[in-house]
Design a protein around this ligand. Structure first.
Ligand code: ADP
Ligand code: MG
Length: 479
């Protein structure tokens, strides 16, 4: 029995309260995820997760099959973690393990015994289009967002290359560079540009077969084809298109059989002089878990990156969106938003929408104060860039210690305890790994950091003064 499974069986040891508390946290985090993820994604991957345990800041979630565990861990873990932390800041990590669902313990084991190990398990049965049907591609191709056109795309320094390349591909009579590889961080306009290309081609050449599909869906359809022994039909379908767009190819990294199929489809299309357009969150050479020949093949055509937004571009986008919404906004407020919301365009749009909705519903005048009020959480998230050094300084100040005490080897309780609290906060507020944190505390081992994190979490439950100190420090670090 694994350690986790043992804990699962020893559940009785937990008090009723603690159990329902983490289950409640998870229920709320799940509700949050249902808002931010597409419904199909939520139903297939998030809904089947169930809470098992909460131990030293790690929330353990169960899922019935190995395939599901790997898929969810690779693709959704950071989003899941983020949502959990928004519900409970004491959740430092989320771990997903294979376990029989508490509601239907039999179904999980009976399906897994039927599936051979070499074949990936498909989590749901026969729903979805059949690769043998003539309209298979229309069914798997995602619908295009009407707002994602070239007209609605604001061009600035960070995205001018990607925009020019996309426009060129859309307007070209013959295939010019193949593939076009667009990459950049989340929410910077990759999907928007791909849809814009598709709209343009559909308008000028309605006969051309343009397929836009997320890599996730491509992979899912391919696994289904494998499972139902329809791979030949699947291949023929995909090899008949004029323009193939695959969004977010980082999703198929590490999935060998899907990569293999993608590679062959890709080669076949390029050989027939059909256009392939691919997007990812990293450049081809940085795509980890991607086979070397596929990476190098992806880089053969034109690689165009989208850089993080600049202030000017953010302001331009806000002005365009405000015009589009027919919602006059004071320049000062737009400038304020462009200054403050630096993460990505999606958040910027979200902020503007919230302000417009709020002013319409409540009839409140749009001012900087009002924006600050309505967007409090967003603004804080954009501000929060605390470093381990900041934390050490704040903790040393709070406990009247010298900064060097944070790195020293002194074991005196009055120094060692604050140092542990600082490690705890470093884990919570920064994205540094345990070994990185250890190094910043006088070259300590990652197990020391882990111990500190666990210890402080425990003390917060049992010693009121520790909980109070940590909470004060958390509040100071949040502003
Ligand atoms: P990505 O696919 O890179 O994660 P998206 O294409 O989904 O990002 O863009 C996120 C949102 O931001 C979309 O609503 C998109 O319309 C908008 N957006 C991104 N860049 C621009 C831009 N330059 N001009 C107008 N809207 C943009
Ligand atoms: Mg996208």
């Amino acid at each position: 029995m694994t350690a986790v499974a043992k804990k699962y069986n020893d559940e009785q040891q937990l008090t009723q309260d603690a159990q329902s508390a983490f289950a409640d946290d998870w229920a709320r985090a799940q509700a949050r995820l249902s808002q931010s993820l597409p419904e199909s994604t939520f139903k297939s991957w998030i809904e089947p997760l169930f809470p098992i345990n909460m131990d030293a800041g790690t929330l353990v979630l169960g899922i019935p099959t190995r395939f599901m565990r790997d898929w969810v861990t690779t693709n959704y873990l950071s989003q899941i973690h983020q949502s959990c932390r928004e519900e409970n800041s004491k959740i430092f990590a989320v771990e997903i393990v294979v376990a029989a669902s508490p509601n239907k313990p039999e179904s999980a084991s009976s399906t897994s015994s039927k599936v051979s190990i070499s074949e990936p398990e498909v989590p749901y049965s026969s729903e979805g289009p059949d690769p043998n049907s003539p309209n298979f591609l229309e069914k798997v191709s995602a619908s295009l967002d009407a707002r994602y056109t070239f007209e609605n795309f604001v061009v600035g320094k960070p995205n001018e290359l990607a925009h020019a390349a996309a426009l060129r591909v859309a307007e070209a009579e013959n295939v010019s560079f193949n593939p076009l590889f667009l990459y950049g961080g989340v929410g910077l306009g990759k999907t928007h540009l791909m849809h814009a290309i598709a709209w343009h081609i559909k308008k000028c050449h309605p006969k051309r077969k343009v397929i836009y599909i997320s890599a996730e869906k491509f992979m899912y359809q391919f696994i289904r084809a494998l499972r139902f022994r329809d791979t030949v039909a699947f291949k023929d379908q995909f090899r008949s298109v004029d323009v193939l767009m695959i969004d977010d190819v980082q999703f198929i990294s590490g999935k060998d059989s899907t990569q293999e199929e993608f590679f062959h489809t890709f080669n076949a299309l390029v050989d027939q002089n059909r256009q392939v357009i691919v997007s990812a969150d990293k450049s081809p050479s940085d795509l980890e878990g991607m086979e070397e020949r596929l990476r190098s093949r992806l880089g053969w055509g034109l690689v165009a990156d989208i850089h993080p937004t600049t202030y000017e571009l953010r302001l331009g986008i806000l002005q365009a969106k405000a015009d589009h919404l027919n919602a006059p906004m004071p320049d000062k407020v737009l400038e304020f938003l462009a200054h403050k919301i630096v993460s990505n365009v999606r958040e910027l749009e979200g902020a503007l929408n919230r302000i417009v909705a709020h002013s319409m519903l409540v009839g409140r005048e749009v001012t900087i104060d009002m924006a600050q009020d309505v967007l409090r959480d967003l603004l804080r998230a954009n501000d929060r860039r605390v470093s381990v050094d900041d934390i050490q300084r704040k903790v040393a100040e709070h406990f009247n210690l010298r900064l060097s005490d944070m790195q020293s080897t002194k074991r005196l309780r009055t120094i060692a305890r604050p140092r542990q609290i600082a490690m705890y906060l470093a884990k919570q507020f920064t994205t540094n790994s345990l070994p990185e944190i250890g190094r910043k505390f006088g070259g300590r081992d990652h197990t020391t950091v882990m111990h500190a994190v666990k210890k402080v979490a425990e003390l917060m439950e049992t010693e009121h003064s520790v909980a109070e100190d940590v909470e004060i420090l958390q509040r100071m670090l949040q502003v």
